[in-house]
Write a protein that binds this ligand. Structure first.
Ligand code: AMP
Ligand code: GLY
Length: 425
């Protein structure tokens, strides 16, 4: 089977790598890919958000499976076009991807399926926003209704800041004001063919830009898996209370969701609550989850794309822990500066138990070396027998990367590693 992977981030690099390691996969092609995917898979230029162009490319390549990484192509209908061309596609239809594309729609589906989530008001005027802020009290949570690459959400104790963000959102659409959820966040990827649901191991993402969870929200600065502190029944609870009811509700509406339902959850004192859904694998969590998955990825994604997940044997996992640290461009997330030369990539890749996945990278114009081309530049993954060892491998590799003005968090998985060490026998 030949597999075409759509997208160009570190998540797609992780997908390309994992698929290349699957003995059932003959060839992987990345479109458009980045400087890292190009090291292990041929690249094809394509406008990833153009459904006809992607379907035509998949046909031309004779792909047996198309895997869509990012949300924008899904919302644009790329999966619909690929399936219409008769090619299995991993990724939901545009209609089902609305679970990510509209927070208001996601709230409506959760209400219908009785899925626990934060109380919310969908607002279209500043007066409604003000009333909702006062009804819930501080801390305030204000969300842009549409796609915003993880940056459309403001959580603040400052009512004026909350109102200012709401005003910006109202200029182009509606705004969702939510009750604040306390408690740690976890991400659980639920792979589904529209009927059967299979959960992957949980991961935790660090979304704030700076150490100690300070600074602005980003697309994700690092992640780790497993979560030694999480309740043992977490995955079963998520399947039962969240993923299966949502998948059943979407099927009932005639818009079945097939692909990966990313469940972003808060573990509050009153139980699990959904913070958000995404219609795709999370970035950077995918990098650590796939580092631990022992089941061949191509078989899993193909089964989800062809409605045969119920025939797939139980997933197998490595004992290893995995940690990924994102190296971000100077100025990320507010105003990332691109085009910097990246040095030390080979030294970093030579670190034992470390893998350098590329996010925003491109070949240098003069053909020598690699330059940054996005806000998140690299996602460096370390693995080891426990989180402390995985952290050590990841940071040893990060320390060898040279990109002027770049920044990364130094505390990814730190508390979890310390807590795990404290309770170890
Ligand atoms: P979202 O794009 O909805 O995932 O929101 C981005 C981030 O904002 C989340 O990962 C949380 O850290 C935070 N957040 C979103 N909704 C809430 C909420 N209701 N309570 C507390 N934090 C939230
Ligand atoms: N890691 C957050 C996201 O993929 O949206």
């Amino acid at each position: 089977m030949d597999v075409l992977v759509i997208g160009s981030g570190a998540r797609e690099h992780a997908l390309v790598r994992a698929l290349s390691l699957d003995p059932g996969v003959d060839r992987v092609v990345a479109a458009p890919g980045n400087a890292g995917t190009a090291l292990e898979a041929p690249a094809e230029p394509v406008d990833a958000t153009d459904p006809a162009a992607v379907a035509e490319l998949a046909q031309r390549l004779g792909a047996g499976l198309v895997v869509v990484g990012p949300e924008a192509p899904l919302v644009a209908g790329v999966a619909d076009a690929v399936r219409a061309a008769g090619i299995p596609c991993f990724g939901p239809s545009a209609a089902a991807a609305r679970l990510e594309g509209s927070k208001a729609f996601a709230k409506e589906v959760m209400a219908a399926a009785n899925v626990p989530t934060a109380m919310a008001h969908v607002c279209t005027t500043e007066e409604e926003v003000a009333a909702a802020l006062d009804a819930f009290g501080a801390p305030h949570v204000v969300k842009d209704d549409g796609l915003a690459a993880g940056k459309g959400v403001v959580v603040t104790g400052d009512r004026e800041e909350a109102l200012a963000h709401a005003r910006r959102c109202l200029e182009h659409g509606t705004v969702v004001v939510e009750e604040f959820l306390d408690g740690p966040e976890v991400s659980v990827f639920c792979v589904t063919d529209g009927e059967t649901v299979v959960a992957l191991e949980p991961a935790q993402d660090s979304k704030r830009a700076l150490d100690g969870d300070e600074g602005p929200n980003t697309g994700g600065m690092g992640a780790y898996s497993p979560l030694p502190w999480a309740p043992a029944d977490l995955v079963e609870t998520v399947l039962e209370r969240v993923a299966r009811p949502v998948v059943a509700e979407m099927a009932h509406r005639g818009t079945p969701f097939a692909g990966v339902l990313y469940c972003g959850l808060a573990l509050t004192s009153r139980g699990v609550r959904v913070v958000e859904f995404n219609a795709r694998f999370g970035d950077p969590e995918t990098q650590v989850v796939l580092a631990r998955l022992a089941t061949p990825l191509g078989a899993l994604l193909h089964a989800a794309a062809t409605g045969s997940l119920d025939e797939l044997p139980d997933l197998r996992w490595r004992e290893d822990a995995a940690v990924t640290v994102v190296v971000a461009a100077p100025g990320y997330p507010e105003s990332p500066r691109m085009g910097g030369t990246i040095g030390g990539l080979e030294e970093a890749a030579a670190v034992e138990d470390a893998v350098v996945l590329h996010a925003g990278t491109a070949p240098a114009a003069d053909g020598t070396g690699v330059v940054s081309s996005g806000g998140r530049v690299l996602s460096v993954v370390g693995t080891g027998p426990d989180l402390a060892a995985a952290r050590a491998a990841a940071y040893a590799a990060v320390d060898r990367v040279r990109l002027e003005g770049s920044h990364h968090r130094t505390d990814i998985a730190l508390r979890a590693a310390e807590r795990a060490a404290a309770v170890a026998p």
